[in-house]
Design a protein around this ligand. Structure first.
Ligand code: TMP
Ligand code: ASP
Length: 239
């Protein structure tokens, strides 16, 4: 597609989104900036923008082949991608297979404990409120999305979990938990949007349980860049 970046539509903590000549498409530009704890901790992870862009596109393309509609259109270069213009549903959809992070803390579980069944959580995307946990009643009461759209999102999120878990097993990676965002096209279709990367997933080495994700930055564990490189290397064979 012959599209170029026009006016900046939005700048988030890890990405910028630009309008293009065509209102049906945006160009996303991934940054090396890293934040945690709702922006309280700030830093840079060298090469993160390129890795997250390429890993996201690789996984989005793989998910498309398995019947998940996504916003992916075309990778322009290592940090920039054309995506379908959609209206983001203001929910962070979190899927968990193993207890970690805020779930372990909230419910007093040991990090690494395998959950007896998959946990699905929704957080209301609102930085000022710190993205609070909400349930289907809150989502309806606040009008964040329709009942039908929530059912579609739930089905996709659980299916994506099955596909990704199975896929990552081949690379000796355990999918501990991850966060998804969905968008709505003008015709009402729900599609997977945003990113799937070491910023938004917990990836543990299946054998050593070494963390290969943003927790290395959040928790000052060191070897942050190395962990991001290890993920792209295992998925795409890149060095
Ligand atoms: P949590 O355990 O801190 O709630 O995180 C759950 C998952 O969501 C984890 O894989 C990291 C991801 N996540 C994001 O993508 N963005 C965020 O702002 C937060 C807090 C978590
Ligand atoms: N991206 C989030 C932030 O800065 C938090 C996180 O990923 O831990 O707020």
């Amino acid at each position: 597609m012959n599209l170029t970046k026009k006016e900046q539509k939005y700048e988030g903590k890890a990405k910028k989104v630009f309008l293009t000549e065509d209102p049906n498409y945006y160009i996303v530009s991934y940054k090396d900036d890293a934040t945690a704890f709702n922006g309280l901790k700030k830093g840079t992870i060298i090469g993160k923008g390129a890795i997250n862009n390429r890993v996201t596109n690789f996984l989005m393309k793989m998910l498309e082949t398995k019947g998940i509609p996504t916003d992916y259109v075309e990778e322009l270069n290592h940090t920039e991608t054309i995506v379908k213009a959609c209206k983001i549903v203001p929910l962070e959809v979190i899927v968990r297979n193993i207890a970690a992070g805020s779930l372990a803390k909230r419910l007093g579980l040991k990090e690494g404990e395998i959950l007896k069944s998959t946990v699905l959580e929704f957080c209301y995307k609102d930085d000022e409120l710190g993205d609070p946990l909400v349930n289907s009643y809150h989502i309806a009461a606040l009008g964040l999305c329709s009942k039908e759209d929530l059912a579609t999102i739930t089905n996709y999120a659980l299916k994506i979990n099955d596909i990704l878990r199975e896929y990552l097993k081949q690379d000796n990676i355990d999918l501990v938990d991850f966060k998804l965002e969905f968008g709505k096209l003008n015709d009402g279709t729900i599609i997977l949007a945003d990113e799937i990367s070491p910023d938004t997933c917990r990836f543990w080495d299946s054998t050593t349980h070494e963390k290969l994700d943003k927790d290395r930055f959040r928790r000052d564990l060191g070897n942050v860049e190395e962990a991001y490189h290890e993920v792209i290397k295992r998925l795409m064979g890149e060095n």
